[in-house]
Design a binder for this molecule. Structure first.
Ligand code: GLN
Length: 434
């Protein structure tokens, strides 16, 4: 059954440290295939890296196995993380365990589906613009996107490095939080990671798992109108019912406005594609990637390698990203996008002066049917309306199951202030108790 879902690209094991008696002893973890695993191929869902075997493991993989978890395989994903459905993978689409005719979301679709299908206790995804939260929402599991700088990106193959974080996916908020406890913290291999003792207001001794206590009494929940507008009515109803339930548990809700988020998808795609065009330059068949046979000069060899190795969505993004950065258009696109990013960040900062956490639908739509959005990239990009603002602002967020509509899972997104994953986890655990 699970074999038909196409969850894994490679099923190989890295045993957890059995002597460690660590917090994750006995747990199994599925790892997204853009996170390096020593001796096990790491394809990024791409033909380009179909034979690439990393010489080292990502810091997060080391930390999880040191804590006792066993890696059970490398999960399917949109090529280089570029997608919202796991259909741009060179290894075929993954199916949603809740309805195999539908997509599991993306780009970490194999990871969320592996947890939902019971093939792993935990999974790792990477979230550049929603890729942990979206598949968690579509598959009916929990996903956490940490504050930028909380979790090491060492060993993560970069797509858009100023936006992305590795995050845990699990069946419950507490399990996801326990994995985050193990993954979080400064890594000398990643200069963007922060030491929490040096972050204003952050608690260096925070236990995220302990914060999953469901206690929202007195918590103020902001409800941004902009993140409900235009969403599928069935999604809105389910999420509103879950928010009403938080009120019943003692939380206070208040309507807020985030006017900048209307520009978030546009700004996100300009920045993400610009960074991608630069990050993916290394796949030329010399430094990295399967080299195409060519009688021509090196320029032709690079071109043939990239023509053969990359899929359509990756090529589209490299072209658009290169264009947005080109001399004549840099001010028109890239700089404007950076201005919008600053505006989004300020909007959230202002909002958090009055509220503890912000709640919305994770995805404005129900899971797409397979094939439905593949020929319509714009439609796919617009589905990221609620998740991308969070990456632009570098904030922590979780997606937690809010209920079902038409028998399909609906996710509720909770966003917190920088490095306040505890509040996000606390509120998420209260939603889960419904
Ligand atoms: N769907 C978004 C994109 O395609 C987000 C992907 C991600 O977070 N890796 O860029």
């Amino acid at each position: 059954m699970s074999a038909d879902l196409n969850l894994f690209i490679t099923e190989e094991t890295i045993e957890g440290d059995a002597d460690a008696d660590g917090p994750l002893a006995g747990a199994t973890v599925a790892v997204k295939d853009n996170i390096s695993t020593e001796g096990i191929r790491t394809t990024c869902g791409s033909e380009m890296l179909a034979d690439y075997v990393p010489p080292y493991s990502a810091t997060v993989v080391e930390r999880l196995t040191d804590a006792g978890a066993t890696v059970v395989g490398k999960t399917n994903m949109d090529e280089f993380g570029m997608g919202t459905t796991t259909e741009t993978s060179a290894f075929g689409p993954t199916r949603n365990p809740a309805d195999p005719e539908r997509v599991p979301g993306g780009s970490s679709g194999g990871s969320a589906a592996a947890v939902a299908a019971g093939e792993a206790d935990l999974a790792l995804g990477s979230d550049t613009g929603g890729s942990v939260r979206c598949p968690a929402a579509f598959c009916g599991v929990v996903g956490i996107k940490p504050t930028y700088g909380l979790v090491s990106r060492y060993g993560l193959v970069a797509y858009a490095n100023s936006l992305e974080q590795i995050g845990p996916i699990a069946g419950t908020v507490e399990e996801a939080a326990a994995a985050l406890d193990v993954m979080a913290g400064r890594d000398p291999h990643d200069g963007t990671t922060r030491d929490l003792s040096e972050v204003d207001g952050a608690d260096p001794d925070a236990s995220y798992a302990a914060a999953a206590d469901g206690d929202v009494d007195g918590l103020t929940v902001g409800v941004p109108t902009e993140l409900f507008e235009g969403a599928d009515e069935r999604v809105v109803e389910t999420v509103e019912a879950a928010i009403a339930d938080l009120e019943a548990q003692g939380a206070e809700t208040t309507d807020i406005s985030l006017p900048s988020v209307e520009h978030a998808v546009q700004a996100y795609y300009v920045i993400a594609m610009a960074e991608a065009s630069s990050n993916l330059a290394r796949f030329d068949g010399v430094r990295y990637g399967n080299r195409s046979e060519s009688d021509g000069n090196w320029n032709e060899s690079f071109a043939e390698t990239r023509e053969a190795g990359f899929g359509a969505e990756v090529k589209r993004r490299i072209l658009l990203g290169t264009y947005a950065l080109s001399a004549g258009y840099h001010d028109k696109y890239y700089e404007k996008a950076q201005d919008a990013r600053a505006w989004v960040r300020r909007d959230f900062e202002d909002a958090f002066a009055d509220v503890d956490v912000i709640a919305s639908p994770t995805m404005p739509v129900l899971p797409f049917e397979l094939g439905e959005s593949l020929d319509d990239p714009l439609r796919m990009y617009l589905a990221d309306a609620n998740t991308t603002p969070v990456n632009l602002a570098n904030l922590p967020a979780a997606s937690v199951p809010a209920g079902e509509a038409e028998g399909l899972p609906v996710g509720l997104q909770l966003v917190g202030p920088k490095f306040d994953e505890e509040t996000v986890v606390r509120a998420a655990s209260a939603v889960e108790e419904r």
